[in-house]
Design a protein around this ligand. Structure first.
Ligand SMILES: [Ca+2]
Length: 327
């Protein structure tokens, strides 16, 4: 009886291991497995936004930017001819990182513009002609363009990535078509019915990916993903800017969060994070791990069976002796 219980316990343990392994295997499909996110507090922006005497500890504001301490930083109001920006005081030093920010583009008019931008640039943002930020910039610019100037066949709002070399101008006349590295349409982003968020994931030398949340709550939709993204300037400041022209809309930033991405896998410690994003190697590694645990379990099971059986024989023997003694 005891032997059966022992066997049943080991079978239960083995089955539990099986389920756990299967679950881990499914996790391979998740975005960026084996990565720990370390919050970078010097880039956090959240209500009430201002720390002392109308200043933020980590960001500078400029242009027509307004701060409503319980709700948002409003880069431009729904009025024509506005420009506003928000720029980190410290450069982003992390090699691999993600930037998640909640924003809202809204307004009363049926026609609206012009849009906003996120910058990772060598210089801190100053007001300029490209969605409220500087032209001829050095670094990366992600533009959320809400007004179609001239780009037939493309649905707006349109989001695109540009790599600035410090000399090339943004081509406003064709909505940046000639500067574009990657992009996507986001119909419904203006006056969206829910909170809207953007997530920028940058893994040096591997990929840059932009995801959006604006259709369904808590559901990310990939906008684009590029391999071998341009390197960032050695010092890259994080900025946001927005602009209105003849047409207008509100551009609000509700919250900013930046996380450094760190490998959690001991074998990959100190290795480039790129290895983490290669599904075959991760799957292979987990498979060999599964085999290891399979043999460990098999060994334990065999040992348990051996000792259990030995005990069972001894029990039968003692039973026989006591029966013989009785007669
Ligand atoms: Ca435009």
């Amino acid at each position: 009886m005891k032997f059966c219980t022992l066997l049943s316990t080991f079978f239960t343990v083995a089955l539990t291991f099986g389920v756990t392994t299967a679950k881990s295997h499914d996790d391979d499909d998740e975005f960026l497995p084996d990565v720990r996110r370390v919050p970078m507090k010097t880039f956090t922006l959240q209500a009430p936004f201002l720390h002392d005497s109308l200043h933020s500890r980590w960001y500078d504001f400029g242009g027509d930017t307004l701060v409503r301490t319980d709700k948002y930083v409003r880069l431009t109001s729904d009025r024509p001819g506005q420009i506003g920006f928000l720029s980190s005081r410290l450069p982003l030093t992390a090699v691999n990182f993600e930037i998640i920010f909640e924003f809202k583009i809204s307004g009363k008019g049926n026609l609206y513009g012009d849009g906003m931008a996120v910058w990772l640039t060598k210089d801190r943002s100053a007001s300029g002609p490209v969605f409220g930020g500087p032209d001829n910039f050095e670094g990366l610019g992600i533009f959320i363009d809400t007004y179609k100037n001239n780009r037939p066949g493309v649905t707006f709002p349109y989001i695109m990535l540009m790599h600035g070399d410090g000399h090339t101008s943004y081509s406003k006349s064709d909505d940046g078509k000639s500067n574009e590295i990657a992009g996507c349409s986001a119909r419904g982003l203006h006056n969206a019915n829910q909170d809207t968020r953007m997530r920028i994931t940058y893994v040096k030398g591997d990929f840059l990916r932009v995801d959006l949340q604006y259709k369904e709550p808590e559901k990310w939709t990939q906008c684009f993903r590029i391999s071998n993204p341009p390197d960032l300037p050695q010092t890259a400041y994080l900025s946001f800017s927005a602009e209105t022209g003849e047409l207008s809309e509100n551009h609000d930033i509700n919250e900013v969060e930046v996380n450094m991405l760190v490998a959690t896998n001991a074998e990959l410690h100190g290795q480039p994070l790129t290895k983490l994003t290669s599904p075959p190697s991760v799957v292979q590694k987990k498979k060999s791990g599964s085999w290891f645990w399979f043999f460990v379990k098999l060994g334990l099971l065999g040992t348990a069976a051996y000792f259990g059986y030995k005990k069972y024989l001894q029990y039968q023997k003692e039973k026989k002796y006591s029966r013989d003694a009785m007669f």
